[in-house]
Design a protein around this ligand. Structure first.
Ligand code: TYM
Length: 331
């Protein structure tokens, strides 16, 4: 039997080069060897206020991006989290097995809520990792490819699995493993390389839909330093290190190889080479996206994905309901 891979992307904004290098680019490599469940975490997108129209558009976009990245919906199950109601149902069970203390220690929660008035923080934002754990548990996922920022949530899922299995003396839940790439696990902002590239920072982000001129402009004006050496040193040269990471990830070479290539280059030459690498990767990708975004492939993929995911998720939910003692009505 094939092992199971699962991951998701939240449709809260325009996808960035960080999403692409951290996860999206690699997903097609799993689809032959693993039974793959790849979804759009649309329920998670509601944890912070979002315009319904934008949520809708972002959702379509992510499906098109998945397909443009080389995922084949006849091999990988691509679906909407909200179209498989078992996610929400399992969430309402699992919410009882994670604790206020551990949820309040999650880095993402602390970051997202730090400028918010405590009494107005939505419960969904606080309980975000419970739904994410439910997403993973429902499919018996063996591996969960994510960027570094999501590793903590997968670790918490592992804690939950162990706690639940031990409480009920069962092995009904499978412990997932986060797969985080060595290079490219955390692409930083181009305008502030101490900050993660995230979906809401127009100056520091490269968006997957940016045109060539914008991409080149953003990379040429990326914040660096005045030392003129192209070496990887995250602490003292975060900007150059970030550009080296982007370059080596897109070229599929090691950081050392990239350093060697630019041993005698100046920052201008190096930045142009990084811009070329990004443009060469993203332009063909955008072409595929443009062919898909208004086609019927989006719906076709989502129907097929939903139907397959539902079968798997429903069987698991039933097993879990039985373990906790929820009564099954005999037909
Ligand atoms: P999201 O939508 O924030 O990000 C999608 C994926 O992209 C990775 N990522 C990055 N990788 C490298 N550098 C960056 N700057 C960067 N920014 C984002 C993220 O780590 C992520 O893997 N909670 C998830 C969605 C989710 C999920 C799940 C993922 C919901 N349920 C179950 C896996 C399994 C999220 O918000 O990702």
């Amino acid at each position: 039997m094939k092992k199971i891979m699962l991951t998701g992307i939240k449709p809260t904004g325009n996808l960035t080069l960080g999403n692409y290098i951290g996860v999206l680019k690699h997903l097609k490599d799993y689809q032959d060897e693993y039974e793959s469940y790849i979804f759009i975490a649309d329920l998670h997108a509601l944890t912070l206020p979002i315009d319904p129209k934008i949520l809708n558009q972002n959702t379509r976009d992510i499906v098109a991006f998945y397909l443009a990245s080389g995922l084949d919906f006849n091999k990988s199950h691509i679906f909407l989290q909200s179209s498989v109601s078992e996610h929400a149902e399992l969430n309402s069970i699992m919410i009882n097995y994670l604790y206020m203390g551990e949820l309040s220690r999650m880095t993402q929660f602390k970051e997202k809520s730090k400028n918010m008035n405590y009494s107005a923080i939505g419960l969904g934002l606080f309980a975000y990792p419970v739904l994410m754990a439910s997403d993973i548990i429902l499919y018996d996922a063996d591996i969960v490819p994510v960027g570094e920022d999501q590793r903590q949530h997968v670790e918490l899922t592992r804690d939950l699995v162990r706690r639940f299995n031990s409480r009920y003396n069962t092995d009904v839940l499978k412990e997932p493993k986060a797969i985080v790439n060595k290079t490219g696990k955390r692409i930083m902002s181009l305008s502030d390389p101490l900050k993660k590239m995230s979906k809401s920072d127009p100056k520091g982000d490269i968006y997957l839909k940016d045109d060539e001129k914008t991409i080149r402009k953003k990379i040429m004006s990326a914040v660096t330093d005045s030392d003129c050496k192209i070496i990887y040193d995250k602490e003292n040269k975060p900007g150059i290190s970030n550009l080296l990471t982007i370059y080596s990830s897109l070229k599929d070479i090691s950081i050392e190889e990239a350093e060697k290539e630019f041993e005698n280059a100046n920052y201008g030459t190096f930045k142009r080479a990084v811009a070329d690498a990004v443009v060469n990767e993203l332009l063909p990708f955008q072409e595929r996206y443009n062919q898909i975004i208004n086609s019927n492939l989006i719906n076709e993929a989502l129907i097929k994905g939903r139907d397959a995911a539902k079968i798997k998720a429903n069987a698991k939910l039933k097993e879990i309901q039985k373990v906790v003692g929820l009564y099954e009505i005999k037909q």
